[in-house]
Design a protein. Structure first.
Length: 415
């Protein structure tokens, strides 16, 4: 399809397009893209063999979003700094070892799975920056100038070389979602989870698929119990390494408001790691959808979504209980979002997806205060969609969202 799109582009048949997707083995930037200067807002060149961008890229004066993942870039082209409207840049899974400059308009930067050892101090000038994806690089530090990026809300630093995190990072007023597993600073968890033999499992249809793995419905042959089996892909995700997700799931242990993990998977014929979990009933559905290109760091709820007061209170209590249990064990979930929550019509809630989870010393409350901010935002979203006045809960949501982390309550206090 992209080859057909390229042909139409070269024939001048895409005039006025606001989005262009090309993935067809390109080794050079097609000059005809610049003919869309007056309209193009989203340019997706993922999955080619490009290694540079043209100096006249700023002619695309309406360009907001640029995707160049899975290419052959060894540096982030400096010309991106000259594109005044760029708010999102994605260069995942290249071979980038150098970033010279970034546009100050940047809101979302994805450099996952590259070879970065440092970032430029000029990133501190990116005042709108909300989302920063740096997992799978060679970073051991961040520039102190980034302390000025006070709009940062989500940061991914997993699978790098950090011996410690900068103090200013944990003091950022809006940071709610942080991942840093797979760094030297992280302690390794101890688990004694049961192992489930692959030969005892009969796999059925696929239930879902995420960046880290595929979930199947299955039956345990030994006792006929219906279960779910997650098979990990093993590739680097934006959150980090799947084996860290697996470790966090096992270390979390049983809790009524976590998706129940029955144990580790053993004996897969191809050595694929996995988890065996309870099969969640069909009455449970996702609370919301994940953020999109426009909302950036905020979940997307169905149009007209409404939650009665009883459901808001039940969901909030269940999630606070899950949060308290995790942080008592020194586990930062890192992705405490409505799109990772399953709930039923009675409001019972289950927190899942440990892809961004990290382990920290349980006596350091700063990590829990980050998660409390995420909880407060989720609670605020529910209250915004609740037709009933709940002033006490509004006050709690506001306290959880204080820009001073020290003013936020801990989960146990909330309970």
């Amino acid at each position: 399809m992209s080859a057909e799109t390229l042909a139409r582009l070269r024939a001048g048949k895409l005039a006025g397009s606001t989005r262009l997707d090309l993935s067809c083995g390109l080794t050079e930037f097609p000059g005809e893209i610049l003919d869309l200067a007056d309209s193009l807002e989203v340019l997706n060149l993922t999955g080619n063999r490009l290694s540079d961008l043209p100096d006249d890229l700023p002619r695309l004066k309406k360009l907001r979003i640029l995707f160049c993942s899975d290419n052959d870039f060894r540096h982030l082209p400096p010309v991106v700094e000259e594109c005044p409207g760029l708010s999102m840049i994605g260069f995942k899974s290249n071979r980038i070892g150098e970033v010279a400059a970034l546009p100050p308009s940047l809101r979302w930067l994805i450099l996952t799975d590259n070879r970065l050892e440092s970032l430029p101090a000029s990133i501190g000038r990116c005042a709108p920056l909300q989302k920063l994806m740096l997992s799978g690089n060679r970073l051991a530090s961040l520039p102190d100038e980034m302390a000025a990026c006070t709009n940062l809300e989500l940061v991914r630093l997993a699978a790098n070389r950090f011996e410690r995190l900068p103090d200013w990072l944990l003091d950022l007023p809006k940071l709610a979602w942080l991942a840093f597993a797979g760094n030297p600073l992280c302690r390794e968890p101890e688990t004694d989870a049961a192992a489930h033999d692959w030969a005892d499992l009969e796999l059925h249809e696929k239930l879902g698929e995420g960046a880290s793995g595929i979930i199947h419905r299955a039956t345990r042959r030994s006792d006929g119990k219906p279960v779910a089996v997650k098979l990990f892909k093993g590739a680097m995700t934006s959150d980090g390494l799947p084996d860290r997700e697996r470790a966090a799931c096992l270390a979390a242990g049983p809790h009524p408001n976590l998706i129940p993990v029955l144990g580790d998977l053993a004996g897969h014929p191809e050595g694929t790691p996995g988890l065996v979990m309870d099969l969640v009933g069909p009455d449970f559905t996702l609370l919301a959808g994940p953020p999109d290109l426009e909302t950036c760091s905020r979940d997307v709820y169905p149009a007209g979504a409404s939650f009665p007061a009883e459901a808001v209170v039940k969901i909030a209590r269940d999630l606070a209980s899950a949060g308290a249990a995790l942080h008592a064990k020194g586990i930062l979930h890192g992705d405490f979002y409505a799109h990772n929550v399953l709930r039923n019509l009675e409001g019972a809630a289950l927190l899942g997806d440990f892809g961004a989870a990290s382990f920290y010393p349980p006596d350091d409350a700063r990590f829990e205060k980050l998660e409390v901010l995420a909880f407060g935002r989720l609670l605020g979203e529910l209250l915004d969609r609740c037709p009933d006045p709940l002033p006490g809960w509004q006050a709690l949501a506001a306290r959880c969202q204080s820009t001073d982390p020290a003013d936020r309550p801990r989960f146990a206090e909330m309970l």
